[in-house]
Design a protein around this ligand. Sequence first.
Ligand code: 5RP
Length: 217
Amino acid sequence: MSQDLNKKSAAEAALAFVEAGMVIGVGTGSTVNYFIDALIKLKEIIDGAVASSEATAKRLRQQQIPLLDLNDTGDLPLYVDGADETTKDLCLIKGGGGALTREKILAAASKEFVCIADQTKLVDVLGAFPLPVEVIPMAKSYVARQLAVLGGRPIERKGLTTDNGNLILDVHDLKITDPKAAEESIDHLAGVVSNGIFARRPADILLLGTDEGVKEF
Ligand code: 5RP
């Protein structure tokens, strides 16, 4: 089966976690776009959605799903988002779409985080996917030097300004054997807004679209 079909089936399986009256946190990316398209069926019973990016907000608006502000909703019952890599213990690398900071905020503010991904995203050790790090523009060179000291090879993502007005450094050549420690040490660098390791707040449930159907971890 194709990767796209596996993304779609994982996304559709996440509908089972949606309940009447919920405000749902919605991530960013192609797998999440399948989720938004499926969510149309339930749009009359939910109270609305909080978007993790301008791109997701646009798609939710197009589907006439009411958009709410996290500052008005309080904590959310459910957050649904994709991943660039996931381990079996549900630590993730995210940020391939550049939305990692808002995604991390929504994950932190949600009671349940359901990750939807296709089978190619499952790894034993995080880091083959270059780790996205959102950086304040004036700190770019300083942070890049510090990331090199940590053993990474940072490359600026050209032509991308995040929704928060910052830059992304994609860090190659990291083998992230202790995701929590790596997340913490990169976050502590001055000038880093956030990094794409989701280990301190991992997903709670992984719906993995595979050629044999959707597997739940
Ligand atoms: C965006 C993300 C996405 O969840 C991640 O890049 C996966 O994307 P896709 O569903 O298109 O494979 O973290 O910042």
